[in-house]
Unconditional design. Structure first.
Lengths: 393, 595
């Protein structure tokens, strides 16, 4: 399932590799020092990962063994529950990244540019969720009719996020269609910056919290040998349901077909009687709705939101989309999950055994390093990108 | 072909587009309501423009009807069309836009009176209501706003009806009064340097803003000076342009030398505040010139540019400060600078090499990632043994230049030092722009494949852009750490990269003069990420304005305030083609078939 999927799947793959190999052959014919340097960086990445894993295994076997001691004198090792906890936390966050990544991926598939401001659409969802849930809590409804309230909150924040995304497209991006590639990209940075600061001037600069959740939701449950907090379970389930809904929309409806056609080739799609502008708006709206859902999930997971909430998750979600292969919706979700898991576990699994202090501070750095590594080793993402020829340039 | 263009020249532009006016009225309503809710009227009320009459707070609302009415009234006159004569309908159109803008505000006032939404919206306060209704009842306030909106809207519409010359006069007068008021801190400082306190006392009110008399004086000067010397300046300009090339070059050189000398003397007539301000502007000029090479010339969108600034700053700190935790050679600044330049160049290569082959937008996000990684590393406990983590590195000595030390406590010396480095950076950028390398950069920006086919080594050329950009940023970083005396990871947020980008884009990508103007206008007036500008009251809104400005510039004027000719051509290619077609300069295939 992917945008631009009108093309037969197998041909896409072969075409892609053909192009890649001829391209590489041209490069290799005159080996530049840059290529050597890149190979060196790739190797360095691999070596760090291998040594880290090796040290981790050594440390897991016995924290006192000389290798683990030598690399990290304070090695303690991870217990199984600790590791499972990290993994679940990472996957829950990763599912959220995946939901945001869908918006990046769809817009990139259709318009061929990074909508930097998509993280702020997510922030708008989280903010509106905060406002409505607090209002409901003030009215005393939040505790009594929690599920009803949650549904209401989710619907409002989906509406707000969708509206923000659609208005953004109309005002900032539509006039720029056909402009040089950098122009819409810079515009989206401006939009992102603007929306962040709109939140500051309208709602105030401080962090705002969600009302507390009922205990039956937040308590831990054991499932398949994992101890999962209810909230994380909700996040994973919601992500799965949204993903299924999106799959149905893109693959089984006429709107989805139109979206895939526009992603493939705008002009031909227009000739086939598809309203390109409307389809692009739909794409933004669907991406916005997903970001709205992710916003509420953020609220449930962290119960706190601030104007910069959208920025880092936005960048990471874009990384997730790239990791999964941009334009490829299943890939976006898979990329999100793997990025989330990597970011949660890698500091303790790879870096701690190497003797790096204060590894938890390096979580974000790990996320960016994953992006750089994937782009260096496999620029089309783990599951292959689905882009029209124009956008691949 | 000729027949076509003659036919077209008969066509007049269509009349007033009423739907457009109504759309702009709605935009106006939303804008005024948003500005009011953003807290600008209340937050900026303390800063007056003309003492008892007009404050910045009210100005933040009043410009909306006027400017929107002017924009709504402007019509595109395509090549081959003639502009219609404007009449009273245009005034009415302006009035509609003005009424709409005022309407938004009135509606907001009614809502504030009847509902309480203070909880999510922090500025939803009785204070705002009082201010908006001029401390009177809602009805009086609302009526006043409707009147004001109507008058300003009609005025905005009138800008198309009145003769062009009169309009430009009005514009000059209004803008100069505004500019003189905004530049208050700077001008007072300068005039005090010349012992002209009498003048400032007359023009400015004691606690900020112009006196009414002062405003009148400025307005009169703005009206008279162009009348008196305008023609003479035009004559001199014409004479210079008519000179033979060699003579003109000499005149240009003399002008350059005189302005350089003036700039060198200027700091001695300025007080602390103005010098500090200009030193900050200079630091950003350096950064923006560096980013201009990367984004403006080579067309590579580097969003992690702050990384080079950080590396420059931290390396200087480590090499010169006695408090540097890991390695502290306590080198003198000039020697440290050499190491800094070499090291930052290498970091430029390191960051540049992996990203150079990526698609433009991937490159943007990966450089952003690098910028964040470098900041996180400086912040981390892991490397705190070298860089001090969140505590940073303190006690960085100033620059010893023989006659004295350049330190943050003496902004004049900092400004002079910055000036020297700006001069170097300007010279380097100027020479590079016209060199083989510069032309290669521009070729890559326009079309990488074609450039490669023409024999440009794209990889090395792009890497050179990274390195040159990095070195210019490292100058700024080195001066920054000597100026501030201590260095923390919080000075190198991603925000800084974006602000430098805004400076480059607003000024004009690929144009040295543009970049300097951009830094002066933005950093000087609004302020940098942490440095206050002339309008200190704006500090809570400046990032909002930066964001809005970036979007607006990209939509309406991507070539910037001071455009680069070639860049403008690239960005407006479609329009040029269209006009050329109407003029019959380009032969399109279908017309050949017709003939």
């Amino acid at each position: 399932m992917h945008l631009g999927g009108l093309r037969c799947n197998s041909t896409t793959v072969t075409l892609g590799t053909d192009v890649a190999t001829t391209h590489d052959a041209k490069r290799i014919s005159r080996v530049l020092w840059v290529d050597r340097f890149l190979t060196f960086i790739r190797l360095a990445f691999v070596v760090v990962i291998a040594v880290g894993l090796f040290a981790f295994i050594a440390q897991q076997i016995d924290p006192q063994n000389p290798l683990a001691r030598w690399l990290n004198p304070d090695a303690t090792g991870l217990t199984a529950p600790q590791f499972k906890g990290l993994l679940v936390t990472g996957l829950a966050q990763g599912a959220m990244y995946g939901l945001i990544a869908l918006g990046y991926s769809m817009v990139y598939g259709v318009l061929g540019f990074i909508n930097f401001a998509h993280g702020e659409v997510f922030m708008a969802g989280a903010m509106s969720g905060m406002i409505t849930s607090n209002k409901l809590a003030d009215a005393g409804l939040w505790e009594d009719a929690f599920l009803f309230c949650l549904a209401f909150v989710v619907i409002t924040s989906i509406l707000i996020s969708t509206a923000v995304a659609v208005i953004m497209e109309r005002i900032a991006y539509r006039p720029l269609r056909g402009a040089p590639r950098l122009i819409p990209l810079i515009t989206s940075i401006g939009v992102s910056f603007f929306l962040q600061n709109v939140s500051v001037v309208l709602l105030g600069p401080g962090a705002k919290s969600y009302p507390s959740l009922p205990t039956w939701l937040s308590q831990k449950r054991s499932l398949l040998g994992f101890e999962i907090e209810g909230t994380k379970l909700v996040v994973l389930l919601t992500a799965a349901v949204s993903m299924a809904g999106l799959w149905f929309l893109v693959e089984r409806t006429k709107t989805g077909k139109a979206m895939r056609a526009v992603a493939e080739d705008k002009e031909i799609a227009a000739l086939m009687g598809i309203d390109v502008n409307r389809t692009i708006v739909t794409t933004f709206a669907v991406g916005g709705a997903m970001a709205g859902v992710a916003g509420i999930l953020w609220g449930i997971l962290f119960r706190s939101v601030i104007h910069t909430t959208g920025f880092l998750p936005g960048i990471k979600a874009f990384s997730a989309a790239v990791v999964g292969g941009i334009g490829n919706l299943g890939g976006a979700m898979a990329g999100g999950l793997s990025l989330g898991a990597a970011e949660a576990t890698a500091p303790l699994v790879l870096l701690e055994p190497l003797g790096v202090d204060g590894v938890s501070q390096l979580r974000d750095a790990v996320a960016f390093a994953v992006l750089i590594f994937v782009l260096l080793v496999r620029p089309s993402g783990l599951f292959g990108e689905r882009l029209s020829e124009d956008d691949r340039a | 072909m000729t027949a076509t263009s003659e036919n077209l020249s008969m066509v007049e532009t269509p009349g007033v587009a009423w739907r457009k006016q109504i759309r702009f009225a709605l935009i106006g309503a939303l804008s005024t309501a948003f500005i009011a809710l953003a807290g600008m009227p209340v937050g900026l009320d303390g800063r007056s423009i003309i003492q008892p009459v007009l404050s910045m707070g009210f100005l933040s609302l009043l410009w909306v009807p006027f400017v929107l009415a002017t924009i709504a009234g402007s019509e595109v006159v395509l090549e081959g069309m003639t502009a219609r004569t404007r009449d009273s309908k245009d005034l009415l159109a302006g009035g509609i836009v003005g009424l709409g803008s005022a309407g938004g505000l009135v509606l907001l006032m009614v809502l504030i009176q009847n509902f309480n939404l203070r909880d999510p919206l922090v500025n939803w306060s009785p204070q705002l209501l009082n201010l908006l209704s001029f401390n009177r009842s809602l009805a009086v306030g609302g009526l006043l706003w409707v009147l004001l909106g109507l008058i300003l809207g009609v005025f905005g519409g009138a800008m198309h009806v009145l003769p062009k010359k009169l309009c430009s006069r009005i514009r000059t007068v209004v803008l100069s009064v505004f500019a003189v008021s905004v530049l208050e801190t700077f001008l007072t400082d300068l005039l005090e340097g010349f012992r002209l306190e009498v003048l400032t006392d007359f023009v400015y009110y004691k606690r900020g803003g112009l006196e009414v008399g002062g405003a009148l004086l400025v307005a009169a000067l703005a009206l008279l000076i162009p009348l008196l010397v305008g023609t003479r300046i035009r004559d001199v300009k014409k004479q210079v342009v008519d000179l033979p090339a060699e003579e003109r070059k000499r005149v240009n050189l003399i002008l350059l030398a005189v302005s350089a000398a003036l700039l060198l003397v200027l700091p001695f007539f300025l007080g602390k505040i103005a010098n500090e301000l200009l030193a900050n502007v200079g630091l950003f000029v350096l950064l923006a010139l560096g980013l201009n090479v990367v984004v403006g010339l080579a067309g590579i969108l580097d969003l992690g540019y702050v990384a080079f600034f950080a590396v420059g700053g931290y390396t200087t700190a480590v090499l010169t400060s006695p408090n540097s935790p890991g390695f502290s050679p306590e080198l003198p600044w000039p020697i440290a600078l050499i190491v800094v330049v070499v090291l930052t160049g290498i970091v430029g290569l390191f960051i540049g090499a992996p990203v150079i082959r990526m698609r433009g937008d991937y490159l943007a996000i990966v450089t952003l990632g690098f910028g964040e990684i470098i900041r996180l590393l400086f912040l981390s406990d892991w490397l705190s043994g070298w860089f001090g983590g969140a505590q940073g590195i303190t006690n960085i000595p100033g620059v010893d230049v023989g006659i004295g030390t350049v330190k943050g406590t003496d902004p004049r010396s900092v400004f002079l030092l910055v000036l020297v480095f700006c001069a170097i950076a300007i010279y380097v950028s100027w020479r590079l722009e016209n060199s083989r390398l510069g032309r290669a950069w521009m070729a890559i920006r326009e079309d990488e494949d074609v450039a490669e086919a023409m024999g440009v080594n794209t990889t090395n050329t792009k890497l050179m852009a990274f390195v040159v950009g990095a070195v210019l940023a490292s100058f700024s970083g080195a001066i920054f750490s000597a100026k501030v005396g201590s260095i923390f990871p919080t000075s190198f947020l991603m925000l800084v990269s974006i602000i430098i980008l805004v400076v480059v884009i607003v000024g004009g990508m690929g144009n040295i003069a543009g970049v300097i103007v951009g830094a002066l206008v933005l950093i000087g007036v609004l302020g940098g990420p942490k440095q206050p500008g002339l309008l200190q009251e704006f500090s809570q809104f400046k990032l909002l304005i930066y964001g809005a400005l970036l979007v607006w510039m990209m939509l309406k004027r991507p070539e910037g305030l001071v455009p680069n000719v070639r860049r403008t051509r690239e960005l407006h290619q479609d329009e040029f083609l269209q006009d050329a077609w109407l003029k019959g300069e380009i032969d399109t295939g279908d017309q050949e078939e017709l003939s």
